[in-house]
Design a protein. Structure first.
Lengths: 327, 390
């Protein structure tokens, strides 16, 4: 399917929309209660998790499932730094991102050794499970199955249990990381990422250091998801090993696919929809899992390229330069 | 301007008691008390939601009898899926959107631990009716009450039963290397040491292990009088099977509340493996015993298809204590009055839990002990101590 690229005017409009949406979102707390605000905060965390995931699996084209490991690493790094070393939570966000990037570095080792496809999938899945084993068994550091509670803290004199305050911090971090990722994907480096996805050998023959491209993409993915982990730690206030298991991975993967594999816009849409959906389905006790499965399957059958493809059909404004639909 | 500011301040001051009054009676009406009930109604741990069935059947029974001072107990259920984020969403929904009067329920200690800061800050009464982690209600929070034996209480009850067997001095411990197991073994170890007994051997059996030969051979060398096993049900069955296999079937084993005599027997399929196995059993009788019959019938009356298990009864005792406190408050109910009444509950005999409920202003962990179940003359029997039927 050919894609109409946006004109210069449409690109300017797109930039305007990009900044207008978070500015409008600043008003959201006026319309929420603590419950709906909590859900909105969860959506922002999910956006970053999905964004990091789609980078490796969609943009780089590697069947890597270490995403939940990066998320857990970030969450535990933030919780441990805050609870045990007294580091202010705000400062733990980039530090958690750095730990997540380190996780990305370790996860990329398998890819750099030429391991691909299902083999890479199983190794990265094992990496995630290994991390979860670590959270459970390194009790003096992680609190074991009892987890690590986030310390009570204030920011600008307001308690960080306040969901509205958290929302503004989460929104700021999300906008920065989404913008950073978009810039990365639109850069020369981003084109190299896409080239690796399309044909790694051909890319290497053009003197593009594919190993470095893979390594940096995994690390950036780890950074983004690690930061999401720090937000999650403050979001729930207590970090447990169970939060970083296979169910979380499946949910994140569903968000990537429903939004549109490799699409930044799709990451946002998928995360928002699949975070909100289970809350709407609370009205159908006992049937939530069935309805959730049916809706996800329905979206994927009717829109195999994800929700972002719907918007792309609507207007070229939503066509992402780094994104290429399957023929 | 000064006058306007003064008027505004006066208005705000006048409104404060009204707002406090609103908070005190939120979720109450002339004929209903809304109670938020959180549990894992979906997901991997949804079987634990059975723990809330008994409590809600008790609400139904009270409602059928006219309610409490004319008010019906209306349960507003929310799913936690045994996940901390979903549990927090459920709690925030119940508190800020549904505006329930109080909360009761909760399986999954991890979720309850994550909820504690939010609920403590919200200040409405919360009775924990299934989750056992001591940290949910300790340190003390004014509005959080534990209505079942905690892990610590169960661990101490396990050790007390072990030491009640005459001439027991050599005790070994086998456990998983996770905090669930430690929540039983640590208080058990403390109790043993307080009574001059140090475990002679401490072994680990990891989750998913399908053979316990190495552990059993070490135990055979040590010849313990009693073994404390903080293991999940599947690993318990493997351990008991291997004990019999290596000629140690006559050594008594004390298990946690996470296992059940009948289910363990089903897993091993051999009575010889469980004839010396004892488990924490928080009830006054066997599940099919005469003292439990009325509770089973009550559950079936309101939930005809419910398949009864140990979990089905666990939350009834705390529901009874709640109703007793609501009755003590009288028709002029507020949240503060209810919490004060709960702190006055002393030695409350529920008729279902083996130990009474006592809540004081200094201690909200209401149930301090537990009975034990084991096979006596081939029949499952509830015991207060070694050789002493309940």
């Amino acid at each position: 399917m050919s894609q109409t690229m946006p004109s210069a005017r449409q690109r300017r409009l797109r930039t305007w929309i990009f900044w207008a949406v978070p500015v409008l979102l600043l008003l959201l707390p006026l319309a929420t209660n603590p419950y709906t605000q909590f859900i909105a905060n969860g959506m922002l965390v999910s956006v970053l998790v999905t964004l990091g995931f789609t980078l490796t699996i969609g943009n780089l084209g590697q069947l890597a499932f270490a995403n939940t490991a990066f998320f857990g690493i970030g969450a535990y790094a933030s919780a441990i730094l805050a609870a045990k070393l007294g580091v202010p939570w705000l400062l733990t966000i980039p530090l958690a991102g750095a730990f997540g990037a380190l996780g990305g570095f370790l996860a990329s080792a398998a890819a750099l050794r030429g391991i691909r496809s299902y083999y890479l999938a199983i190794i990265t899945l094992a990496f995630g499970e290994l991390m979860r084993w670590g959270y459970t068994h390194f009790s003096p550091l992680t609190g074991g199955t009892d987890g690590t509670p986030m310390p009570r803290e204030t920011l600008f004199g307001i308690s960080l249990t306040d969901d509205t305050l958290k929302f503004y911090v989460f929104l700021g971090v999300t906008v920065l990381l989404v913008k950073g990722t978009l810039n990365l994907l639109r850069s020369r480096f981003g084109r190299a990422v896409m080239a690796v996805r399309e044909n790694e050998i051909a890319t290497a023959s053009l003197a593009i250091p594919t190993s470095r491209v893979i390594l940096v993409t995994f690390m950036w993915s780890g950074f983004v998801v690690g930061c999401a982990g720090a937000l999650f730690a403050r979001h729930v206030g207590h970090v447990f090993p169970e939060s970083f298991g296979m169910l979380h991975l499946i949910a994140s993967f569903a968000m990537v696919l429903v939004g549109g594999l490799g699409s930044v816009l799709g990451s946002v849409l998928g995360a928002v929809l699949l975070t909100a959906l289970p809350e709407y389905l609370r009205a159908f006790p006992g049937m939530e899992e069935l309805f959730f499965g049916l809706i996800v399957a329905g979206v994927l059958v009717l829109m195999p390229m994800g929700l972002a493809s719907l918007l792309r059909r609507l207007s070229p404004i939503f066509v992402e330069r780094h994104y290429r639909e399957a023929p | 301007m000064k006058t306007f500011t003064s008027m505004l301040a006066a208005a705000a001051l006048a409104a404060t008691p009204l707002l406090a009054q609103d908070w005190e009676t939120e979720g109450l009406s002339e004929d209903a008390i809304t109670i938020g009930v959180m549990g894992p109604f979906s997901g991997n741990a949804s079987s634990y939601s059975k723990a809330l069935v008994g409590m809600m059947a008790y609400y139904d029974k009270v409602n059928e009898e006219g309610g409490v001072h004319g008010r019906k107990l209306i349960a507003v259920q929310e799913d936690t899926a045994c996940d901390s984020a979903k549990g927090l969403a459920a709690a925030k929904k119940l508190i800020s959107q549904d505006k329930v009067f109080m909360l009761q329920g909760n399986s999954c200690s991890g979720v309850a631990l994550a909820l504690r800061p939010t609920i403590e800050e919200a200040g409405l009464p919360w009775i924990v009716a299934h989750a056992v982690s001591d940290s949910i209600s300790d340190p003390l929070a004014k509005n959080i009450f534990h209505g079942v034996p905690t892990g610590g209480a169960n661990g101490r009850a396990m050790a007390a039963f072990v030491l009640s067997k005459p001439d027991t001095s050599n005790v070994a411990i086998i456990e998983h290397s996770n905090d669930w197991a430690h929540s039983y073994s640590n208080p058990a170890r403390d109790y043993l040491e307080e009574n001059g007994v140090s475990p002679s051997l401490e072994l680990t059996m990891e989750r998913g292990q399908t053979d316990a030969t190495a552990q059993v051979l070490k135990l055979r060398q040590e010849k313990p009088d009693f073994i404390i096993a903080a293991l999940y049900e599947a690993e318990t069955a493997i351990f008991l099977r291997d004990l019999v296999k290596y000629g140690m079937g006559d050594v008594p084993v004390m298990g946690t509340a996470g296992t059940d005599l009948e289910n363990t027997l089903k897993r091993t399929g051999d009575f010889e493996t469980v004839q010396n196995y004892y488990v924490i059993h928080s009830y006054v009788d066997n599940l099919d015993g005469p003292l439990m019959q009325q509770w089973g019938e009550m559950i079936h009356k309101y939930n005809p298809d419910e398949e009864l298990s140990t979990f089905s009864f666990v939350s009834i005792g705390s529901a009874e204590a709640l109703v007793s406190a609501l009755e003590a408050v009288g028709p002029d109910l507020t949240r503060s009055k209810l919490m004060a009444a709960l702190e006055e509950v002393r030695d409350f005999d529920t008729g279902i839990l083996s130990d009474p409920i006592t809540w004081t202003p200094e201690d909200h962990q209401g149930v301090k002990g537990s009975a034990v179940a084991g096979f006596v003359d081939g029949e499952p029997t509830v015991l207060r101590a070694w050789g002493q039927p309940y």
